[in-house]
Design a protein around this ligand. Structure first.
Ligand code: NAD
Length: 291
């Protein structure tokens, strides 16, 4: 460890990065560069605005330049899959990739969003292995969480979503969990309040994996019924900006312990960092210095 001053960039410095659009708001460059400087590792991490139309060309360039690795965010998480040589078992199952490792031109795709969420949950003192969880949201974040929860031994995953374009992704996630893991998974409509009450009553965790509560939906909660909240229920949100969504405020008012999406973001980054550098990210240091 060092005092955290970044190394001077030289001819030996290796590149890491992030390809997404839009991306200038991302915390990842600051997070990774803080960790690299703390460990005195000779890499620099940059954000590149890459939209779908420039994805194939960008990946070919990153491969040819032997860029050691990069994160992938929207709109590229699914579209990048055919451009890669190998996939981790979790990325294969989720059907998306947020981290690429480049071993001398051979590209392996990983997905660390689900492990990031599960690590953050355990860090908060909650291990749902062998138990039941209720998950609102079957999109990208929801799929990664549901599949990793199943791989980590969660017994039952009750997923709720609106009947929108994401519904069929939820159906496919339930089928993947059924055929590839020992977990039981169901998908139901978010406005099926009786089923939702029954699910949450049997669950140790209630998780929001939708974007409800951020952006244009700040001040909106995805919760279809407030009376499901009870003090021994752990409630989490994937959203971290704002740090306290209305959903988490409702849970706190009912006496629930809560977790926002910051821990998931930190630990998905930590998992990627270790894949590229072989070193664990100094997460406590990064957490203390990121803001
Ligand atoms: P997505 O577009 O794939 O899915 C969006 C989800 O929100 C779907 O389930 C959709 O049905 C639901 N939804 C949208 N509007 C709704 C409404 N009005 N009522 C009920 N449900 C509604 O998006 P995604 O990639 O899964 O991202 C979801 C959220 O997760 C975003 O806020 C994103 O920033 C966050 N996220 C956080 C992390 C992290 O590390 N903390 C990682 C990935 C994503």
């Amino acid at each position: 460890m060092t005092d955290g001053q970044p190394r001077a960039i030289t001819g030996h410095t290796e590149l890491l990065g992030l390809i997404a659009y839009p991306i200038r708001h991302s915390m990842s460059p600051r997070m990774h560069n803080l960790a690299l400087a703390k460990l005195d590792l000779d890499y620099a991490y940059l954000a590149f605005e890459v939209d779908s139309d420039a994805l194939a060309e960008s990946v070919a360039g990153l491969r040819a330049l032997r860029v050691r690795g990069w994160n992938v965010s929207m709109p590229n998480k699914i579209a990048i899959i055919p451009l890669l040589d190998h996939l981790s078992p979790a990325a294969e199952l989720v059907g998306a990739c947020n981290t690429v490792v480049n071993d001398n031109g051979v590209l392996t795709g990983h997905v660390t969003d689900g492990t990031g969420y599960m690590t953050a949950l355990r860090e908060s003192g909650v291990d749902p292995a062998g138990k039941r969880i209720t998950l609102i949201g079957a999109g990208g974040a929801g799929t990664a969480i549901a599949i990793q929860a199943a791989l980590d031994g969660v017994a039952e995953i009750d997923i709720y979503n609106r009947r929108d374009a994401v519904w069929s992704i939820g159906e496919s996630t339930v089928e993947k969990i059924r055929t590839h893991t020992n977990a039981r998974a169901t998908l139901r409509e978010l406005d099926d309040v009786d089923a939702f009450r029954e699910s949450v009553a049997g669950s140790v965790v209630l998780a929001n994996a939708t974007n409800v509560g951020m952006g244009k939906l700040v001040g909106v909660s995805p919760l279809p019924a407030l009376d499901v909240l009870r003090p021994d229920l752990f409630v989490s949100d994937v959203v971290y900006s704002p740090a306290r969504t209305l959903f988490l405020e409702q849970a706190e008012a009912a006496g629930c312990a809560t977790m926002n999406g910051f821990g998931m973001m930190l630990h998905q980054g930590a998992a990627a960092f270790e894949l590229w550098t072989g070193q664990p990210m100094p997460v406590d240091y990064v957490r203390a210095h990121l803001f």
